[in-house]
Design a protein around this ligand. Sequence first.
Ligand code: C5P
Length: 397
Amino acid sequence: MLAQRRILLIIGGGIAAYKSLLLIRILRGAGAAVTPVMTRGAGEFVTPLSVSALAGEKVYDSLFDLTDEAEMGHIQLSRVADLIVVAPATANLMAQAATGQAGDLATTLLLATDTPVLMAPAMNVRMWQHPATQRNLATLRADGVTMVGPDEGDMACGEYGPGRMAEPEAILAAIEARLAKGPLTGRHVIVTSGPTHEPIDPVRYIANRSSGAQGTAIARSLAALGARVSFVTGPAAVPPPEGVEVIRVETAAQMHDAVMAALPAEACIMAAAVADWRVSNAGAQKMKKTGTGLPALEFAENPDILAAVSGLGDGRPRLVVGFAAETEDVTAHATAKRARKGCDWILANDVSDGTGIMGGTENAVTLITADGAEDWPRMGKGEVADRLAQRLAEALG
Ligand code: C5P
């Protein structure tokens, strides 16, 4: 799948560097050529000998190597690659790349190229969650860098949380998606998916029955057509697709902020079942049975993400697509919703009892555009997704 493709692999100095050895193997198994670059820190975790033996190529690690300069200028290194992959992308590498520093070979290569970049962050959970790292992440994303991971789980440092480098297979899938050629190659599309959880107190929340199946299928279909997909998902029942950038959120407010941070994009598809209200007097502590009566929950309205994105001025995606889950008068309600939200298309479906659509594998939708309503026959959610992705590619031209 990656035959004739050259990956410039920058290995940062983190314990996850050992997984990069496996990544090199599977990249080569998929037919790619790998040019390895190691930072000074990487050499503390894996040896240049292992890296070079697996890559079948020499390791580049110095900005001031006369032989390398004579054979191939270091800047040239990054230009001949189809994709630059940074794995593990340490907090330090991310910070340097976000601020345009060029203190060593790896960062110089990142600064001296317009080749697409994919990063697999790996660091301690607190370093990942630190506002500085999150700022750098936002900057890198805005610069067009695609992220894969980090995963959540046990960490080498003994803590638990997000920060583990994505597994080599997931990085390979992200690389394949980033290099996929199709009608949406070079386009950035944001997809929202899944339910939201609105906390009542630290242990309880209000949710809905959305499984995330349709949004996940749409993200997968868009990636298959070559799109760079930012997949903003609430806590869904189905796992996110491979090869897309997954941004996990819980609440509607977080989803709103994540979508705004993921812009600009050519298109935005809002398949999430966003809660209309949140509990405005959510407890900081678990609410107790007091014997003095029932808790009185108060509600506040959540931001309408679809309407907000549709109403953007300069930064508005060219195509904004919403969903309408209705239980009666589907076309009439969805047509009114399209006008109210200011979006371009609405995919409407009937989720009334007995249709088996909510949480099921099939969907029967009506596409509402400026030209009117178009009924699609009942089909699998994957087929609905393929058809929507195809239409989107045609509309973006
Ligand atoms: O208003 P309603 O929930 O029926 O609209 C459904 C559409 O609006 C979906 O596309 C959903 O993702 C989006 N939506 C949103 N933000 C909200 C509520 C709904 O983006 N707060």
